[in-house]
Design a protein around this ligand. Structure first.
Ligand code: NDP
Length: 480
């Protein structure tokens, strides 16, 4: 099994190799086999990527938005034409089941390209009448943007960042996670095939040091990171030195609140989606599942039965519903959290036995707010179920976290649903569903979970800046 790309990097419209960069193997998480060997970007590669982006951006920004959109729309179509091959590659890169990569990863990336293709020509400024004089505004690109991705949705992240950036006339240099470097190279190829001029989307590989070198380069106007809070704090601080714009999509410990009047089958299904999809490696997961005490026995019974029916196995098999975690290190981290859950007195309902990188759907009940598994992001398929009695109580407990990425509520009481959501401190919320992130809707977090928004019209604001132009209509009245 080999998925060796033509070269490690994609710079100025073509693949680029520099074998003097540190070599690293890409492993298929399903078996641990190496599937490719790449080299981390050297300073020369980073410089070439930024130089080509800087060169290409000015001309791209002058193009009509409808022309920029046409390129992105073509790229979306190419992705759809190659859907199966891209899904298979994503599965090799991430270890996620093909069941998921066929419907979630590249399809969501294609949606983003299509959405921002259509949006590009609709972005306008405003005219501000001043009783004779007037001001008009222009929405201009920022320049060269850096995108840095996590390993859980590598191709989706590359598309979610590059689509609004390119639509607005920016260039992008993208650094994937070193664990999942393959999808972004495919995107670079596809964009060029779709007609994107050389230099506008470059991919450079490597670990955090390569990302750090990009963030502080004076040619860079903006940095968009998807990653952990700890990395976000470093990248945000580094970007601040150059007063660069940032988008930070970081981690979470999101609450999912289930009232006793909810449709219990849907609530159980949502709780499973919110914890077990992508083997729990989803930033917006609802990992603190608050269940109204009266509904707890029925909820746990159904949850246990359905969780134990999940098919875990080789992610390449069509029937597999849950694959491995991304790496040995991540599995060890999750195993440690499971051990801590036991040690701190949570009751294991199902799962808990880690075998290599494979972690089964794991549910702890009788979890209290102070337990480690209720406070820290685990990033694996470990659900904490916490009972509650009243609405004010559950709102206070749900908000008692430094994170604020997502939140969900299940109830048939329409007023209660809206009141609870209004009171929850989170950027992305769901009522009677969970973890749906269509490109049409803004996505992002509050508190430690991030700044800025991806997707929707809102993303345009984070890849553009406003120029105000004052037009004087009469003679200048100078006081001297
Ligand atoms: P990390 O924060 O470890 O890494 C994210 C990216 O940043 C990687 O490409 C990494 O490189 C790079 N990086 C690391 N250090 C630096 C640095 N000092 N300067 C610049 N770049 C750096 O996250 P993971 O990849 O481990 O992903 C998991 C985390 O991402 C979880 O905490 C999860 O919550 C969060 N996440 C958030 C999402 C959101 O939208 N809010 C979505 C998905 C994940 P490398 O890893 O190659 O060394």
């Amino acid at each position: 099994m080999i998925a060796q790309p033509k070269a490690s990097h994609f710079v100025d419209g073509q693949y680029l190799e520099d074998a003097s960069g540190a070599a690293f193997d890409v492993l298929f998480p399903g078996t641990g086999e190496p599937i490719a060997r790449l080299h981390a970007a050297t300073p020369a590669v980073i410089d070439a990527a930024l130089a080509s982006a800087t060169r290409a951006q000015a001309e791209w920004a002058r193009r009509r938005p409808v022309e920029r959109g046409r390129v992105l729309a073509r790229a979306a179509q190419i992705i759809r034409d190659r859907a199966e091959a891209l899904a298979q590659l994503e599965t090799l890169d991430t270890g996620k089941p093909v069941q998921e990569t066929r419907v979630a990863d590249w399809p969501s990336g294609a949606d983003a390209l299509e959405f921002f293709a259509g949006l590009a020509p609709t972005i306008t400024g405003e005219t501000i009448p001043l009783g004779g004089d007037m001001v008009y505004t222009l929405r201009e690109p920022l320049g060269v943007c850096v995108g840095i991705g996590a390993w859980n949705y590598p191709s989706q992240i590359a598309c979610w960042k590059s689509a609004p950036a390119l639509a607005m006339g920016n260039a992008m240099v993208f650094k994937p996670s070193e664990l999942t470097p393959l999808g972004a190279l495919q995107l670079a190829e596809i964009l060029v095939e779709a007609g994107l001029p050389a230099g506008l989307f470059n991919v450079v590989q490597g670990a955090g040091a390569v990302g750090a070198a990009l963030v502080t380069d004076p040619r860079v106007a903006k940095v968009s990171l998807t990653g952990s809070v700890a990395t976000g704090q470093k990248v945000y601080a580094a970007a601040a030195a150059g007063i660069r714009a940032v988008t930070m999509e970081l981690g979470g410990k999101s609450p999912l609140v289930i009232f006793a009047d909810a449709d219990m089958d849907s609530a159980v299904g949502a709780a499973m989606l919110a914890n077990f999809y992508s083997a729990g490696q989803v930033c917006s997961n609802g990992t603190r599942v608050f269940v109204e005490r009266a509904a707890l026995p029925a909820f746990l019974d159904r949850l246990k039965a359905r969780s134990e029916a999940i098919v875990m196995g080789d992610p390449r098999d069509d029937t597999t519903q849950m694959g491995p975690l991304i790496s040995d290190a991540q599995a060890a981290k999750v195993a440690q959290y499971i051990a801590t859950g036991h040690a701190e007195g949570a009751r294991l309902v199902t799962g808990g036995t880690v075998q290599g990188r494979f972690v089964p759907p794991t549910v702890f009940a009788d979890v209290t707010d102070d337990m480690t598994i209720a406070r820290e992001e685990i990033f694996g398929p470990v659900m904490a179920v916490l009972p509650f009695d009243t609405e004010p109580e559950v709102i206070a407990r749900a908000n008692a976290t430094p994170y604020g990425l997502s939140a969900g509520v299940f109830t048939r009481d329409i007023s209660r649903a809206h009141q609870v959501i209004a009171a929850l401190e989170a950027g992305t919320c769901w009522i009677n569903t969970y973890n749906l992130t269509p490109v049409e809707a803004p996505f992002g977090g509050s508190k430690l979970s991030g700044v800025g928004r991806e997707n929707g019209r809102a993303a345009i604001e984070h890849y553009s800046q406003i120029k105000s132009v004052y037009i004087g209509m009469g003679p200048v009245e100078a006081p001297f």
